[in-house]
Design a protein around this ligand. Structure first.
Ligand SMILES: O=P(O)(O)OC[C@H]1O[C@H](O)[C@H](O)[C@@H](O)[C@@H]1O
Length: 419
């Protein structure tokens, strides 16, 4: 370990020097909102009642959400953020997420659920995503064979083949507003309809987001948490911090990392620019990643998320040991502090987001703050944070291969390791 050097910090003068960039980013974001381009800012003002399903949908023992990317990552993040990692073991309602074309994932879920007792949410903004359609086609066939009813399926989509099938087969359909981009859609029908059936208080979630919206509309960067968060990431990106590590010190937020990864990567990774988001978890990754963060390349900015009050806690007892009488919550929060201090002393910039506790309200605030941070960061980096053109080419090649075009054409690979 090298000697302690301290962070090349950001001074008030530095922030003052960024006034133009901050004001422009704020103004452009609000102009886009005024033009109706930022649906994620509008959708939180809708009445939550419009997302609630009638009681007959509440009877199902199992819930299965089928979708990819922004159509599922947020829902799973909120579900685990509120209910915990082992929610299925603890609760009568069993919830599953199907977000891959890996046949073994579908197989395992079908081994557990009884389809007649399952409410299936098929979620896709475009309504044409190949993995979602493939999984749905297989499920639909099995559900027909097992005599499932129309209300075993709910479609959440803006169009495409999925909506067509939904209309033709008389499934309940929820729209997704056109101006709500997938990775910014968890606080729309995409997340709120399924979550309202999973025992999550969507009203509290939305009121957290609305309260954060008030803060994020402030022009003053010192009183706008999203604008300040974007500015700090932008300034350190310009100082070579091309990697943004997010490291909550609570297990319930690990899926938040995965949601953040899509948001930050797909929104900002454009025109040769971007800041690579990395998912980490405290205290676990102190024993796997921290060596690199401390003594590896100085190319990272770290964001901690810590919770003052955990839902549960334990007091440790072992006479004469320094842990005697401490609580586990104290231990994990002191571990976060220890990591923060050593990173600072090793010159690794880090930010701490402190939550009093973690429930629907604070999670709604956190989600919305990150959505606004991403919008502001996109303006600062002068990239369009609301599209993802580069992901389409690979899908085209996959389709050509599926349609038999290009079969046999051996793609020259540099390295193929066959085991
Ligand atoms: O909601 P869908 O249209 O099914 O899209 C699901 C996901 O797939 C796309 O390829 C994009 O990468 C994501 O931004 C999107 O969230």
């Amino acid at each position: 370990m090298k000697e302690k050097i301290g962070i090349e910090g950001i001074s008030l003068e530095d922030i003052e020097g960024m006034r133009n960039i901050v004001d422009t980013a704020y103004r452009r974001t609000m102009e886009r909102y005024d033009k109706g381009e930022l649906g994620f800012m509008e959708v939180i003002q809708k009445d939550c009642e419009c997302y609630r399903l009638s009681d007959r949908y509440k009877e199902f023992k199992y819930i299965l959400v089928v979708g990819m990317g922004g159509s599922i990552l947020g829902t799973q993040m909120v579900y685990e953020g509120v209910k915990g990692v082992y929610a299925n073991e603890l609760n009568s309602k069993k919830v599953f997420f199907l977000d891959n074309s890996d046949p073994e994932l579908l197989y395992s879920i079908l081994k557990i659920v009884a389809l007649r007792e399952t409410l299936v949410f098929v979620v896709s903004k475009s309504g044409n995503t190949v993995e979602t359609l493939a999984n749905f086609f297989i499920l639909r066939e099995k559900m027909k064979k097992e005599g499932c009813r129309e209300d075993n399926v709910v479609i959440i989509s803006s169009g495409g083949l999925l909506k067509e099938i939904g209309k033709r087969e008389n499934y309940k359909i929820f729209e997704i507003p056109e101006n709500v981009v997938g990775r910014f859609s968890v606080l729309s029908s995409v997340g709120l309809v399924p979550l309202s059936c999973m025992g999550v208080d969507i009203g509290k979630l939305i009121s957290g987001a609305r309260d954060m919206d008030k803060l994020c509309r402030r022009e003053d960067v010192f009183n706008n948490p999203a604008l300040m968060n974007a500015l700090i990431h932008y300034m350190f990106l310009n100082r070579g911090k091309s990697i943004s590590v997010i490291m909550p010190y609570i297990e319930r937020l690990y899926r938040f990392d995965l949601w953040y990864r899509q948001l930050w990567a797909e929104s900002l990774g454009k025109d040769g620019k971007g800041q690579t988001p990395v998912a980490a978890l405290g205290a676990k990754d102190q024993h796997s990643q921290l060596q690199l963060y401390l003594d590896g390349p100085k190319d990272k900015i770290i964001t901690f998320i810590k919770v003052r009050k955990f839902k549960e806690d334990f007091t440790i007892r072992y006479k004469g040991h320094y842990l005697d009488g401490c609580n586990l919550s104290q231990l994990i929060n002191f571990q976060q502090l220890g990591t923060e201090r050593v990173l600072t002393s090793m010159g690794v910039p880090n930010i701490s987001i402190v939550l009093e506790d973690l429930d629907e309200y604070t999670l709604g605030k956190l989600i919305y703050m990150y959505e606004m941070t991403t919008a502001f960061m996109g303006e600062m980096m002068e990239v369009n944070a609301f599209n993802q053109p580069a992901v389409e080419e690979g899908k085209k090649i996959t389709r050509e291969l599926l349609e038999g075009k290009g079969k046999g054409e051996e793609v020259v690979k540099d390295y193929i390791i066959k085991i």
